[in-house]
Each structure stands twice: as structure tokens, then as C-alpha cells.
Design a protein around this ligand. Structure first.
Ligand code: GTP
Ligand code: MG
Length: 273
């Protein structure tokens, strides 16, 4: 039996699963769970101390699912408590705050922490990840846009949701899709079902869009050395255009990346004799 496979009493009927929340402190993990389970929102920040545990029941198709939710503290101080709880998990709610770039950039470190604690026999492929871009109600402070978050999530085969624990937007949809995906995973022998979006663009396209977003100038964006010749600029441009052309690439953010590349090439060619 696969390491992450849930305990099942009777095939087709009840199922017991374990889900955990992950992400930096104060991004809204506990509020998302509270919004779904208790239909309420608490605006005062009450940091989770170590772990909060809860049980809930949900119905997915003909199955009754008993869900054990482990809501983890995001503060680094609680690492020693968290690391006990990563194993035997079927689903992860991975949260960042759209107004806190750091919390988005920390997602990779959260995956790394989980991977390390699962050890060499742990398999992250058997786990459903639902990435929540939370606090979308705070529109004024938003600094991580939808395409950036969606690209990060979908290029890894993760689900992506825009959520607000405050207004409730996206929360029910997230949990419903999350639970259905976990049941699909269990029925698929413990393998994560391939989502349409994750199959529709390549890792190279996703990595290139991310690189373009983070590039420091037009040279960097085209991936050529400062002072490169017209030929070199055009060659680099053609390669990126083929990869990112809107007719060929449906990855989130590809249109903006394509436009940025066109503009970078125009700007560089103006100044090269
Ligand atoms: P730790 O337990 O410390 O890891 O934090 P957490 O991720 O569980 O954060 P928590 O759910 O406690 O929320 C942190 C703060 O953000 C609280 O003051 C919440 O009221 C607020 N908050 C959570 N979700 C939202 C949201 O969607 N919108 C807004 N505006 N505030 C939110
Ligand atoms: Mg909490």
C-alpha cells in the first residue's frame, strides 16, 4: 500500500483522510478553515500555537469522508511541532497572502520543509495541493497578481484558488474541488489526477515566464549579454516568441510575457547600430 494512502473501511463508502494547512504566519490559514467549518470570520489575529486539530465530515459522490484537519502554525518557532505532522497526509492547503510578496516567495520553502520531513520514502506526488491566494478582498495592497500565483501552482500540478476568508469568496469552491480531487486521487490508486491546466503548458514555458517577470533589464529579459549584436538579439527574440506566442502558449501570464519580450527587443534594437 502507498505510504500516503488513506485508511478505508468499505470501498465506495466511507473514507478517512488527513489534510494539513501550510504557509507563513498570518496569511489566513486558520481563518480559511474557520470560514468553511464555522461560517464566520475573526478579524483579530490569534496566532496558532503549534497545531490546531479538528474533525469534519463531508460527502463526495457516494462517499462519506471523515476529514482530520491539522491547522499548522506558520511561525518558524513552531518548526519542531510541525515536523511531526507532515506524514500520512492526502491533502495540503497551501496559503499565501496576495499582499505579502514574502509569503508567496516562501511557498517553495514550505514544500521543501514538508519534503524533508517526509524523508526519502515520502512521496509528494501522492498529495493534492490546493494553493490559496488569500486576502483578495484587500485589493489596495495586492502585490502578487493572479497569473503569477496561478502559474506557480499549475506548473506544479497544484490546484489554484483566489480566496478571501473575510468575505468567503472562493472558500467553498476551494474545499469542494480539493475534497473531490482527494477522492479522485484515492480512486486513482493514490496518484494525483492530471488536471487539464497542468497538462496544457510545459515547464519550460512556465520557467521562462517566471524568468521574464524577474528579469532586471531588456538584455536580461532576452537572455543575452549586455552589448549583444542585432543578430543575437533577434535570435534570442525568435526563440522566446516561438515559446510564448499567444497562439501556442496558454500558461498564465504568457500574453504579458510575450508583450514584454516584444518591447524589450524593440528597445534594444533602437540602440544597436
Ligand atoms: P498562524 O496561525 O500564525 O500561522 O497564522 P494564520 O495563517 O493561521 O493566520 P490567521 O488565519 O490567524 O489570520 C491572520 C490575520 O489575517 C487575522 O487578523 C485575520 O483576521 C486576517 N485574515 C485572514 N484571512 C483574511 C482575509 O481573507 N482577508 C482579510 N482582510 N484578512 C484576513
Ligand atoms: Mg493559524
Amino acid at each position: 500500500m502507498e505510504a500516503n494512502m488513506p485508511k478505508r473501511k468499505e470501498p465506495g463508502k466511507s473514507l478517512r483522510i488527513k489534510v494539513i494547512s501550510m504557509g507563513n504566519a498570518e496569511v489566513g490559514k486558520s481563518c480559511i478553515i474557520k470560514r468553511y467549518c464555522e461560517k464566520r470570520f475573526v478579524s483579530k489575529y490569534l496566532a496558532t500555537i503549534g497545531i490546531d486539530y479538528g474533525v469534519t465530515k463531508v460527502q463526495v459522490r457516494d462517499r462519506e469522508i471523515k476529514v482530520n484537519i491539522f491547522d499548522m502554525a506558520g511561525h518558524p518557532f513552531f518548526y519542531e511541532v510541525r515536523n511531526e505532522f507532515y506524514k500520512d497526509t492526502q491533502g495540503v492547503i497551501l496559503v499565501y497572502d496576495v499582499g505579502q510578496k514574502d509569503s508567496f516567495e516562501a511557498l517553495d520553502a514550505w514544500l521543501a520543509e514538508m519534503k524533508q520531513d517526509l524523508g526519502p520514502h515520502g512521496n509528494m506526488e501522492n498529495i493534492v495541493f490546493a494553493v490559496c491566494a488569500n486576502k483578495i478582498d484587500c485589493t489596495k495592497h495586492r502585490c502578487v497578481d493572479e497569473s503569477e500565483g496561478r502559474l506557480w501552482a499549475e506548473s506544479r500540478g497544484f490546484l489554484y484558488f483566489e480566496t478571501s476568508a473575510q468575505t468567503g469568496e472562493g472558500i467553498n469552491e476551494m474545499f469542494q474541488t480539493f475534497y473531490v480531487s482527494i477522492v479522485d486521487l484515492c480512486e486513482n490508486g493514490g496518484k494525483r489526477p492530471i488536471t487539464n491546466s497542468s497538462a496544457s503548458f510545459t515547464k519550460e514555458q512556465a520557467d521562462t515566464i517566471r524568468r521574464i517577470r524577474n528579469s532586471k533589464d531588456s538584455w536580461d529579459m532576452l537572455g543575452v549579454k549586455p552589448g549583444a549584436s542585432r543578430d543575437e538579439v533577434n535570435k534570442a527574440y525568435r526563440k522566446l516568441a516561438v515559446l510564448l506566442h499567444p497562439d501556442k502558449c496558454v500558461a498564465p501570464g504568457s500574453e504579458d510575457a510575450f508583450k514584454a519580450v516584444v518591447n524589450a527587443r524593440t528597445a534594444l534594437l533602437k540602440n544597436i547600430k
